[in-house]
Design a protein around this ligand. Structure first.
Ligand SMILES: Cc1cc2nc3c(=O)[nH]c(=O)nc-3n(C[C@H](O)[C@H](O)[C@H](O)COP(=O)(O)OP(=O)(O)OC[C@H]3O[C@@H](n4cnc5c(N)ncnc54)[C@H](O)[C@@H]3O)c2cc1C
Ligand SMILES: NC(=O)C1=CN([C@@H]2O[C@H](COP(=O)(O)OP(=O)(O)OC[C@H]3O[C@@H](n4cnc5c(N)ncnc54)[C@H](OP(=O)(O)O)[C@@H]3O)[C@@H](O)[C@H]2O)C=CC1
Ligand SMILES: CC(C)=CCC[C@@H](C)[C@H]1CC[C@@]2(C)C3=C(CC[C@]12C)[C@@]1(C)CC[C@H](O)C(C)(C)[C@@H]1CC3
Length: 505
């Protein structure tokens, strides 16, 4: 049995140390069939163009449910009926059980308008569905958060960040308008020019201002390939300098870093290229099932110590961390990157996060609770060095995910202290390698540093902030005004009530 764990029953030992048996022979085939059927359904609906006509009646059904909630006395608050295990957040929400659940079957792409350069989608459309549909038409949304199952609704109501964010900002900054059903049952549309207060209050509001029914997102032309340059860098000062320089260079369409120790990283910069610019000998289709997991491929380049250039299909690039769930899958299927496994079963990967969540046992949950950290910390790039040094001392988890993003000074929950500024998302996912790791104390210390640096934590993961501390990290001024104006107080809980540790299991 694995060192350091104290599990008594044989079942627990089997379910943890041999979880891969269950994952490989049960969850993987189910994930594959589920994905295939979902793909087939979206494909048929998109080709028949039946979604736009059906959208109106789906919105009416949500309005009917809100009216029903009003008629039945508004005794509990509302949330969406999407089951907790289906979401990409780390934990299952507990609040759903006691709330009035609104069924939102909003899963379709409504319209691609290449003249206006927009796509209109329902909130349950996921990143894989959107990037594949747009990719075939030669377009893309400017920011494609990389995990296949992330939904537009979750990314708007929470947030999304990717390696093009140094140009485009966070997911909400590429959104042009939101359609919502409000607490009084009315439908409203908001954008920068129309109901702009509501438009700026929606991001990070976690479904507590209204029910999202459609989102209009900017699209840009996409090439089939990107040229990706991998630059191994040694020394923390050099890493920070290279990262800062490349993030500010707008000629780079994509910038990302993977840091493998306190003083070793690979900084990757990508540019969209025409087919005629692709050097055939340097094509790497990293999305193919038999390819090495992306973070392992990058690690090899670090070890070789030489710059490298590759041409990568753009959809493969967007979803480069999907097959290995960044580096989280190595703890669940330890041989997932083994060449035999990749060739024989790799085509069914990735296993669906939702199925992993659904079948997570209490023992595995405890293991993650006590021996694992999952956090995305968004801090100004000027504080990058200080933060990385602190994370090295307090958790020593590698690789670290480094992703720059521009944060405009818009009104709302999340904005820089004074003016538009370049931020970095430092993703810390894995087993801490320090003796004094304490899940609550260590995470709180990290949160304190982030707050001191004028930063924010992403709320799909655990937050151990008290309500006062949470209010200090996230600006609630506009949010509270909108909640009063739209009579949300009786209709939806506050964000904190949805994301604090007691609300999640
Ligand atoms: C087939 C298989 C499936 C697994 N599935 C899961 C799973 O679904 N969820 C899960 O959390 N772990 C999973 N693990 C990790 C497992 O619990 C053990 O951590 C792993 O077997 C290696 O532990 P070790 O003590 O032998 O070695 P080491 O890697 O040296 O472990 C050192 C310490 O870290 C702890 N640790 C290792 N991995 C993790 C982790 N992922 N999270 C928290 N602490 C960890 C160990 O318990 C131990 O105390 C799986 C492992 C295997 C082999
Ligand atoms: N690269 C990235 O940027 C990554 C981002 N993430 C995070 O994952 C989360 C997204 O996961 P996902 O599974 O898509 O979303 P979730 O189902 O987790 O939804 C997140 C929140 O959005 C609310 N919400 C979703 N749809 C609607 C809607 N139609 N109307 C009102 N509220 C809605 C949910 O409300 P309710 O509780 O009522 O259901 C919930 O509070 C985000 O928080 C994101 O930040 C995770 C990994 C990577
Ligand atoms: C901003 C960015 C890039 C975030 C990346 C976040 C990923 C690393 C997160 C998102 C969902 C996530 C929290 C998840 C898990 C690992 C880390 C993930 C993949 C796992 C699979 C770990 C194992 C757990 O038993 C369980 C299955 C519950 C979760 C599910 C969600």
């Amino acid at each position: 049995m694995a060192m350091g764990k104290k599990f008594d029953s044989l079942t627990e030992i089997i379910l943890i140390d041999y979880r891969w048996v269950f994952v490989c022979f049960f969850l993987l085939p189910i994930s594959f069939i589920y994905n295939f059927l979902y793909y087939l359904r979206s494909e048929i609906i998109f080709r028949l163009s039946s979604a736009p006509t059906a959208h109106g009646s789906k919105v009416k059904s949500i309005q009917r449910q809100v009216r029903q909630w009003r008629e039945t006395g508004m005794s509990t608050k509302m949330c969406t009926a999407r089951p907790g295990w289906q979401t990409m957040s780390f934990r299952k929400p507990m609040y759903k059980k006691s709330m009035f659940q609104i069924k939102c079957n909003l899963v379709d792409i409504l319209e691609v308008d290449t003249n206006k350069q927009t796509v209109r989608v329902e909130p349950l459309v996921n990143m894989k569905q959107l990037s594949e549909t747009l990719g075939r038409l030669g377009w893309t949304i400017p920011i494609v958060p990389e995990l296949d199952d992330l939904t537009v609704g979750g990314l708007v109501m929470g947030t999304g960040v990717e390696s093009s964010s140094h140009i485009y900002g966070l997911f909400q900054h590429i959104c042009l308008s939101y359609e919502l059903v409000l607490a009084d049952g009315s439908v409203t549309v908001c954008s920068k020019d129309e109901n702009s207060d509501l438009f700026y209050a929606i991001p990070w509001s976690y479904g507590t201002l209204g029910l999202l029914t459609a989102v209009e997102i900017k699209i840009i032309p996409a090439t089939r390939f990107i040229r990706l340059k991998y630059e191994p860098v040694k020394g923390l000062n050099e890493i920070v300098e290279t990262f800062d320089r490349e993030s500010k260079n707008k000629a780079n369409h994509f910038v990302e870093g993977l840091q493998y120790s306190l003083d070793e990283a690979v900084i990757m910069t990508g540019v969209m290229v025409k087919d005629s610019e692709v050097e055939p000998g340097k094509i790497n289709e990293i999305g193919k099932w038999y390819k090495t997991w992306f973070f392992k491929h990058v690690e090899k380049i670090l070890k070789r110590g030489k710059d490298r250039v590759e041409y990568i299909p753009i959809v493969d690039y967007y979803h480069r961390h999907s097959r290995s769930l960044f580096w989280e899958l190595q703890d669940i299927v330890p041989f997932g990157n083994n060449i035999l496994f990749r060739y024989i079963l790799g085509w069914m990967m990735p296993v669906k996060v939702s199925l992993l969540k659904l079948t997570q046992t209490e023992a595995v949950k405890k293991l993650y609770e006590n021996n694992h950290i999952i956090q995305d910390l968004l801090v100004p790039t000027r504080t990058m060095k200080e933060c990385i040094e602190f994370f090295d001392k307090s958790v020593k988890v590698y690789p670290l995910w480094l992703c720059p993003f521009n944060l405009p000074n818009d009104p709302g929950m999340v904005h820089p202290k004074e003016k538009e500024e370049m931020y970095i998302d430092i993703g810390v996912y894995g087993v801490p390698h320090v003796d004094n790791f304490h899940p609550v104390k260590t995470t709180r210390a990290i949160e304190d540093l982030v707050e001191k640096c004028d930063g924010f934590q992403m709320l799909y993961a655990d937050t151990f902030r008290t309500k006062e501390e949470f209010y200090r990290m996230f600006d609630h001024k506009l949010y509270n005004t909108m909640r009063k104006r739209l009579t949300c107080e009786s209709a939806f809980p506050e964000v904190y009530e949805k994301v604090n540790k007691n609300a999640r299991d």
